[in-house]
Design a protein around this ligand. Structure first.
Ligand SMILES: Cc1cc2nc3c(=O)[nH]c(=O)nc-3n(C[C@H](O)[C@H](O)[C@H](O)COP(=O)(O)OP(=O)(O)OC[C@H]3O[C@@H](n4cnc5c(N)ncnc54)[C@H](O)[C@@H]3O)c2cc1C
Length: 341
């Protein structure tokens, strides 16, 4: 199987791509890399529900933002650079957006109190620019991110930034370069699977929504999402054969309702038992186990959210249900009680 458990001190998900060529039209000093820096500004802010705030970004170089071959973003992750209060972001060492090889080490070398924070988010939607037609004005390319506002309890710089962001605010995102070819940062890889199981907490809702929108109509399965309160349930498009279940956490512990629902949807067969997955210390490493392609035409599962919940579901699905690990992606998106710098 092809699985990766990536150390926390790296840029998890393998976002530190190296130099591999030069832009055909850019000259020798304009290196082509899998990821680049996008200097954007907030163009709209929408409070979707009590805990979801959609921030729309626009900017000159968004037309270079990558997607898969079908133009979809699925669970595409980006790095969001949050400035420290009262300080501009440090220079990110890029040349017209192309990041230099040591940009991350350079960013880390700046003083923590002034360099700001880097966090991982999902592209909820990417809309290409529309040219002006007839009397109608054109629209610029736009990118949406749905931020969870976890302000009650353990708040963090990204949630705080999102809670107060206003149109006109600037923001640097690090994401895939459209000219590279392969789009770095997408994990959803169902292959030929015709049944899906999509499971996540509120941080995975943007990815699950984008994945559901992209699925062909013949795909069947379940999407199960746990969010803080019932007012956070969102409308989303899905194939008619995919049952979408929303769970409101309320006062229950994080992940309790999600685990119970997954156990009801995927029941172990009486005569099969799987291997015990190797343990992952979720306090020092990120739980990140993603196969490169789904296994055959059967079930493909994609599961993301708080690391302890995901570790527990991984154990259930791998050991108790005996799921093929080539057909399931497990991703710890955050860890309760820990900042993810
Ligand atoms: C691939 C990937 C994609 C992601 N996509 C999204 C997305 O689209 N939208 C989104 O909102 N998040 C997303 N996340 C999760 C997000 O990166 C984390 O929630 C991150 O910790 C938020 O940063 P922060 O600065 O607000 O809080 P941090 O400084 O990282 O953490 C501060 C405190 O807040 C707690 N905390 C962090 N997140 C939450 C939460 N959601 N609920 C309750 N407590 C929390 C931490 O445990 C810590 O105690 C994604 C993560 C990954 C790895």
């Amino acid at each position: 199987m092809s699985a990766a458990i990536v150390e926390r001190n790296g840029i998890h998900g393998g976002f530190s791509g190296g130099l591999a060529g030069f832009m055909a039209d850019g000259g020798a000093e304009d290196p082509l890399r899998p990821i680049r820096a996008f200097e954007l500004r907030v163009s709209a802010v929408q409070q979707l529900t009590p805990h979801f705030r959609r921030i729309t970004f626009t900017g000159g170089d968004l037309e270079l933002f990558g997607a898969n071959a079908a133009g979809q973003t699925l669970d595409l992750r980006v790095k969001v650079m949050i400035p420290a209060l009262g300080h501009p972001l440090p220079e990110l060492r890029h040349l017209r957006g192309s990041l230099q090889e040591d940009w991350y080490q350079n960013w880390r070398s700046h003083d923590e109190s002034t360099r700001g924070a880097m966090r991982t988010y999902t592209v909820r939607a990417l809309r290409p620019a529309l040219p002006a037609t007839g009397g109608a004005a054109g629209t610029p390319a736009e990118l949406d991110i749905d931020f969870v506002l976890h302000l009650d309890g353990g708040s963090g710089p990204a949630a705080e930034w999102a809670a107060t962001a206003l149109p006109g605010d600037s923001m640097t995102l690090i994401g895939p370069c459209a000219r590279w070819g392969d789009c770095l940062g997408i994990e959803f890889a169902p292959g030929a699977a015709e049944r899906v199981l999509l499971v996540g907490d509120e941080t995975a809702v943007p990815a699950i929504a984008a994945i559901l929108e992209s699925l062909p109509e013949h795909v069947t399965g379940h999407a199960v999402m746990e969010v803080p309160v019932a007012e956070d349930f969102l409308d989303m498009a899905a194939p008619s054969g995919v049952e979408v279940t929303w769970l409101a956490r309320g006062q229950r512990p994080h992940g309790e309702a999600l685990s119970a629902r997954v156990r009801a949807v995927v029941v172990p067969a009486a005569c099969s038992i799987g291997e015990e997955p190797e343990d992952v210390d979720i306090d020092s490493t990120i739980l990140w186990e993603t196969p490169e392609a789904g296994a055959g035409h059967g079930l493909y599962a994609w599961i993301a959210g708080e690391a302890a919940t995901i570790r527990e579901l991984r154990r259930y699905l791998v050991r108790d249900v005996g799921m093929d690990r080539n057909a399931v992606a497990f991703m710890g998106y955050w860890r309760q009680g820990q900042a993810l710098d």
